[in-house]
Design a protein around this ligand. Structure first.
Ligand SMILES: O=P(O)(O)OC[C@@]1(O)O[C@H](CO)[C@@H](O)[C@@H]1O
Length: 419
C-alpha cells in the first residue's frame, strides 16, 4: 500500500543524506556547543544493539511465520531475509519499489553493500521492518497486500484480560487524580512493547512500579493549563496496551478543556512489531467503547472529536524513517511547530529525538532537543542505551545499584520536557 510522498523525496530537502548524522556535524543534536558523541552501531557482540540484530530480529521473523498461514513463496522470502540479515550485506530496494526515492534520500545508497551490523543501528533496525514487509507481500498486489503481519500479536495484546482490569480500574480513580494517573498510565504503558517482550520475557512485570529517573510532569502540566487553548501533538508508539492509555489521556485533556485540539501521529505501516497504525487506533477505540464506564465514555468522546476535527490522525512517512528527528522534513516540522507541546512516546522516538548516540547520561535534554521546532516532551520507559538529562546523583545511584541494566531492562521510565 504505497504511502504519499513526503518533503524528503525532494532533492536538496533539509533532511538530505549525511546532513546531520556525522558526529559533530553542524546542526547535529547536541546544539549549543555540546559535541555529538558517536552514533550507535550494532557491531559489538554482547551489546544490546547487537543482540537485537542477532537474536530479536530472527525471533520476530519466526513469530510472523508462525502467526499467519503465509504461502511457500512468502515463507522462502522470510527465510532469505533472515539469512541476509545475519550473514549477508544490505541490499537496496528494487528500483521499482514505491518508496525507492524516499529510501535513497534516507541514506540507502550509503549503506547498501555493508553488513547489517556495521551501519547505524537505528538505520538497520528500521530497514529490517521495511524488508520484512516486502517478504510478506505487504506492498505488492496480491492476497497479502495490506495485511499487517503483526496483527495477531497486537490483537492478543489488546484483548488480554489485563486490559479489562486496567480499564475497569479507571472508574475507581478520584476525579482530581485522574489526569496524573492517565499521564503515568501513558508512560508505563510503554512497557507493552511486543518486540521488547520477545527478547525480554517477563521484563514488563518484573519491576514493581519502579521510580521515574526524571520527572518534569509539572512542567508539562504548566504548558496545558485548564481552560486553555492548547494544541497537543502526540506521537504515538505502540498499539494495544500502550495506545489505550494514550487515547484515554487525549480524551481526558479534550473533555476537560486542557486541550482544544489534538493531533495523533501513528505509523503509516506496520513497524517494530507493535507500533500503532491507523487500523490499530480503530481497534483501540472499539476496545474502549465496548468496555463500559469511563473508558466507554472516553472512547465515544474520541470518536466525536475525530468526526468534528478536534482530533486529527496523521500517518506521515517520516514516522517510519530510519533517521533522527533532526532530519525531519518541512511539513512535519511545521506540524510540530504549530503545537503547544509535542509529546513523543516510547524508546524509539526518544532515540530519534535526542539522536541515537552514546550521550553521557547527564547531557542536558534541553541542549540535545534545542533544534526541535517547539516545546517537546518525552514519555518513555528505558529500553535502550540512549539517555540524556539525568541528574548526576541519579546516574550514580542507578550505576551503583544496577550496573548497566537500568538502561535496557524497561524497569525505569522518564518524563522529560523542554519548553
Ligand atoms: O519504541 P519502543 O516501542 O518503546 O521500544 C522499541 C524497542 O523495544 O525497540 C528498540 C530495539 O529494537 C529499542 O529502542 C526498544 O527497546
Amino acid at each position: 500500500m504505497p504511502d504519499a510522498p513526503d518533503a524528503s523525496d525532494v532533492p536538496g530537502a533539509p533532511d538530505a543524506p549525511g546532513a546531520v548524522d556525522a558526529p559533530g556535524a553542524p546542526g547535529a543534536p547536541g546544539g549549543r556547543g555540546t559535541p555529538a558523541p558517536p552514533v550507535i552501531l550494532g557491531d559489538e557482540p554482547g551489546s544490546f544493539p547487537h543482540a537485537v540484530l542477532a537474536e530479536r530480529h530472527p525471533a520476530i521473523v519466526r513469530q510472523v511465520a508462525r502467526d499467519l498461514p503465509y504461502d511457500p513463496a512468502r515463507r522462502r522470502a522470510l527465510d532469505a531475509l533472515l539469512e541476509n540479515c545475519l550473514k549477508g550485506s544490505i541490499e537496496p530496494l528494487p528500483a521499482d519499489a514505491h518508496d525507492h526515492a524516499r529510501w535513497t534520500a534516507w541514506d540507502m545508497d550509503a549503506h547498501a553493500g555493508r553488513s547489517w551490523f556495521e551501519v547505524p543501528w537505528l538505520w538497520s533496525e528500521s530497514y529490517f521492518y521495511r524488508r520484512l514487509l516486502d517478504a510478506v507481500g505487504y506492498f505488492a498486489p496480491g492476497p497479502w497486500q495490506g495485511v499487517d503481519p503483526f496483527r495477531p500479536a497486537k490483537l492478543a495484546d489488546l484483548d488480554a484480560p489485563e486490559t479489562d482490569a486496567e480499564l475497569a480500574a479507571l472508574d475507581a480513580l478520584p476525579p482530581d487524580g485522574l489526569a496524573a494517573a492517565l499521564l503515568h498510565g501513558s508512560v508505563w504503558g510503554n512497557r507493552a512493547d511486543l518486540g521488547f517482550r520477545l527478547s525480554a520475557p517477563g521484563a514488563a512485570d518484573r519491576a514493581e512500579v519502579p521510580p521515574l529517573v526524571a520527572d518534569d510532569s509539572e512542567r508539562l502540566w504548566s504548558l496545558l493549563p485548564p481552560a486553555g487553548d492548547a494544541t497537543l501533538c502526540l506521537v504515538a508508539d505502540n498499539a494495544g496496551r500502550e495506545l489505550v492509555p494514550d487515547l484515554l489521556l487525549i480524551a481526558h485533556l479534550l473533555t476537560h478543556g486542557r486541550v482544544r485540539r489534538a493531533v495523533l501521529h501513528v505509523k503509516p505501516h506496520p513497524y517494530y512489531v507493535s507500533d500503532a497504525t491507523p487500523a490499530d487506533v480503530l481497534d483501540a477505540l472499539r476496545r474502549l467503547t465496548g468496555a463500559g464506564g469511563t473508558a466507554a465514555r472516553y472512547g465515544h468522546a474520541l470518536r466525536e472529536a475525530l468526526a468534528d476535527g478536534r482530533l486529527t490522525l496523521r500517518a506521515h512517512p517520516f514516522s517510519c524513517a530510519p533517521l533522527p528527528y533532526a532530519r525531519m522534513p518541512e511539513d512535519l516540522r511545521a506540524d510540530f511547530a504549530a503545537a503547544t507541546v509535542t509529546v513523543l512516546k516510547g524508546d524509539l522516538n526518544y532515540r530519534r529525538l535526542v539522536g541515537d548516540r552514546r550521550w553521557p547520561p547527564t547531557t542536558p535534554f534541553a541542549d540535545v532537543t534545542a533544534y526541535f521546532p517547539g516545546p517537546v516532551a518525552a514519555l518513555r520507559t528505558l529500553k535502550s542505551d540512549v539517555i540524556t538529562g539525568l541528574a548526576p546523583a541519579t546516574q550514580a545511584a542507578l550505576d551503583a545499584t544496577e550496573g548497566d541494566r537500568w538502561r535496557t531492562a524497561g524497569a525505569h521510565a522518564l518524563i522529560q520536557v523542554r519548553h
